[in-house]
Design a protein around this ligand. Structure first.
Ligand code: UDP
Length: 238
């Protein structure tokens, strides 16, 4: 029997920094292409894929405001950064022959579609990858919160959060060799232990909507397709 993925529809969240590759800033096209191939492998399993990409490789609102910029203006700049990342990812995924739509929480009709929930659901049903850009469209939020919100709105069965480490540890595995990885952990434990999975607003929203968060490493080749089938190392927050 062919292994079937446990999921019909998921949301993949990656940070903007995941697109920098070896660089310190911006986009590294070979890295964007590598992640697009991970998406392609998952797509090949028949999973419907929504994506949210952060903007931290280009601009973060908090950094701007720390340097004297007005916070909300800086946050809008951060949201615009996510649109650039979304367009780069769209281009890389479409180069692999998979129809992809960028839908933005801030309308910019010449560049991408505006976010209309029912239209986005339809794209997913038709087998298009949908990349949600511009976060929630509101300052003072993060793309982790946007990912949780869109995953809930799209009725995704889980949010897959790709990071540099293969799950959630009780302490930083890069500093403490005895750090222990959790296979499963509750939302409340993440919040009370202040574990760095996603910000508290995003965790609380996931908890209130019973949306499982699967934390995995983006650095394992073909990792995503395996993890969606329950193979490899990851932590489920549920
Ligand atoms: N942002 C925002 N509202 C949102 C999502 C993002 O204001 O709903 C801004 C915020 O300034 C943030 C920046 O966009 O710093 C980039 O997003 P994020 O820091 O979440 O990106 P990541 O860390 O995932 O690369």
């Amino acid at each position: 029997p062919v292994a079937r993925p446990a999921y019909k529809r998921i949301l993949l969240k990656i940070s903007g920094e995941a697109l920098m590759g070896p660089g310190q800033f911006g986009l590294h096209p070979p890295t964007v292409e590598r992640i697009a191939r991970e998406v392609e492998a998952l797509y090949g399993l028949g999973v419907e894929i929504a994506m949210v990409i952060g903007g931290g490789n280009i601009f973060r609102g908090l950094q701007g405001s720390a340097q004297g910029m007005e916070r909300t203006t800086a946050d809008y700049m951060g949201m615009l950064a996510t649109v650039m990342n979304a367009l780069a990812m769209q281009s890389a995924i479409e180069n692999l022959g998979i129809h992809t739509r960028v839908v933005s929480a801030i309308p910019m009709d010449q560049v991408c579609e505006p976010y209309i929930r029912r239209r986005a659901v339809r794209h997913l049903e038709k087998g298009r990858v949908v990349i949600f850009a511009a976060g929630t469209g509101n300052p003072y939020f993060t793309t982790d919160t946007a990912a949780t919100l869109r995953a809930s709105e799209m009725s995704c069965e889980a949010l897959f959060k790709g990071t540099q480490v293969d799950g959630v540890y009780d302490s930083d595995p890069k500093k403490n060799p005895a750090a222990r990885r959790y296979d499963r952990i509750s939302y409340d434990q993440v919040l009370t232990k202040n574990l760095k999975v996603m910000d508290a607003a995003a965790i609380a929203l996931a908890r209130d909507n019973s949306l499982p968060i699967v934390v995995f490493s983006l650095d394992e080749p073909n990792g995503l397709a395996g993890i969606v089938q329950g193979k490899g190392r990851f932590t489920t927050v549920e």
